[in-house]
Design a protein around this ligand. Structure first.
Ligand SMILES: Cc1cc2nc3c(=O)[nH]c(=O)nc-3n(C[C@H](O)[C@H](O)[C@H](O)COP(=O)(O)OP(=O)(O)OC[C@H]3O[C@@H](n4cnc5c(N)ncnc54)[C@H](O)[C@@H]3O)c2cc1C
Length: 384
């Protein structure tokens, strides 16, 4: 079967499903995207937009983020994402000696991955971010990072001819015959398919007959009014060293705050956020919102003069071993999985969506997917 004669059903219209759909449709496949609610209704529509190498763990996730960010650059220059990706630095900052040490090690890890980095004294940070708080000791600039808004990227990718999006179409189960997928069951009846991609965030495990490998991790965020109009109010994303620490420890800590202050193109600030282990509701609460704001004002006192216009929460899909789950289903031919992107899926979404599209089309993906293989979950089941 060639890409041109193939019908691929994608379950989930988040950024990952949308990127896979775009890639497949561009190669001539017929693509149907089944979405339980609406495009970007999951984590993709409730996220910050850091396309950031600076916030990744060293090693494979850092290298993956570099490839993902380069892809954003290419897609914005000559592909479908024109106008949706802007390059801007991440400015990581430390307030305590522990955080200074974490940033020093992080700078070495980034440099080892070939990433340009510039250590910043407090005076240099003050110059870059006038008004920065007295508690900030020093920092690190990672100049090549960027910003893209998940729901905008998703909408643009799904607009590609050859893609049909079905809203309010919750997949109930995959239809498997003789070990091979032949369709997806909806409440309204079956949809036939030559191949199926399950990119349904938290909804993925219910469809896959794999052990419960995913856990929800809620994040609360705050949006302010505009400090200036029509441009970012400061030159880059402010991200605390505590964010790195909190992200690594999240599975073991019920609630943590990893502060980021993101200057949006509108002149507003997007301030986050919490990591709340095991929480999949999307409510916000005054206690945690107040705690985030107190830290944010300490780090950047001019925020005290801003109005809060909105709070919201999104739910990250985390895997138990911290790595995304991406690759062929270990038992069912024609089924590919892409989920578990936790707080990194806006950055990694196009790269990983393209990689799974290539798997579905029997092409060699540009990314080595072996470390992310869903087969590792079966090994876990055998050990349990
Ligand atoms: C507060 C917060 C801040 C974040 N900040 C960043 C950031 O700065 N940078 C970054 O890179 N990442 C960030 N992320 C992470 C990022 O949002 C996610 O990793 C990414 O959106 C995951 O995309 P996805 O397509 O895998 O899943 P989702 O966006 O969750 O999409 C899955 C879709 O599948 C649908 N679905 C589920 N079950 C079914 C079913 N049975 N049938 C049909 N459809 C179904 C859902 O409705 C949903 O639309 C953040 C996340 C949160 C919550």
């Amino acid at each position: 079967m060639t890409s041109r004669s193939m019908h691929v059903v994608i379950v989930g219209a988040g950024i990952v499903g949308a990127a896979a759909a775009w890639r497949l449709a561009s190669a001539g496949a017929r693509v149907t995207v089944l979405e339980a609610i609406a495009p970007a209704a999951g984590a993709t529509g409730a996220a910050d937009g850091a396309i950031s190498v600076a916030t990744k763990s060293p090693g494979r996730m850092m290298r993956l983020a570099q490839a993902a960010r380069d892809l954003y650059g290419r897609l914005a220059e000559e592909g479908p994402l024109q106008g949706l990706f802007i390059e801007r630095p991440t400015l990581q900052f430390a307030r305590t000696q522990d955080e200074v040490d974490v940033l020093a090690q992080h700078a070495r890890d980034l440099a080892e991955a070939g990433e340009p980095v510039h250590p910043l004294t407090r005076a240099e940070l003050e110059h870059l971010v006038p008004g920065i708080g007295a508690s900030v000791h020093s920092g690190l600039a990672v100049p090549r990072d960027g910003l893209a808004i998940g729901f905008e990227v998703t909408a643009r990718l799904l607009a590609q001819p050859g893609i049909t999006v079905r809203r309010n179409a919750s997949a109930q189960r995959l239809l498997i015959e003789g070990g091979r997928v032949c369709g997806v069951a909806l409440a309204s009846g079956p949809v036939s398919a030559d191949r199926v991609l399950v990119a349904a965030g938290l909804g993925s495990t219910a469809l896959l007959d794999l052990p419960e490998a995913l856990t929800p991790r809620k994040g609360q965020m705050i949006v302010t009014d505009r400090a200036v109009s029509g441009r970012p109010a400061i030159c880059g994303l402010l991200s605390s060293a505590a964010y790195l620490i909190g992200k690594r420890a999240a599975a073991h800590v019920p609630v943590s705050i990893g502060l980021t202050i993101d200057p949006l193109r509108t002149g507003q600030f997007l301030i986050g956020g919490t990591r709340e282990e095991g929480r999949e509701d999307r409510t916000t609460d005054a206690r945690l919102v107040a705690a985030i704001l107190a830290q944010a004002i300490d780090v950047y006192p001019p925020l005290a003069h801003r109005r809060v216009v909105r709070t919201f929460a999104g739910v990250r899909t985390a895997s138990r071993d911290g790595l995304p789950i991406v690759g062929r289903h270990p038992a069912w031919d024609g089924v590919v999985v892409a989920t578990g992107f936790e707080g990194d899926g806006i950055c990694l979404g196009p790269l990983m969506g393209f990689a799974v599209a290539d798997l579905l089309a029997e092409r060699e993906p540009s990314v080595d997917l072996a470390p992310f293989s869903p087969a590792r979950l079966l090994a876990e089941r055998v050990r349990a």
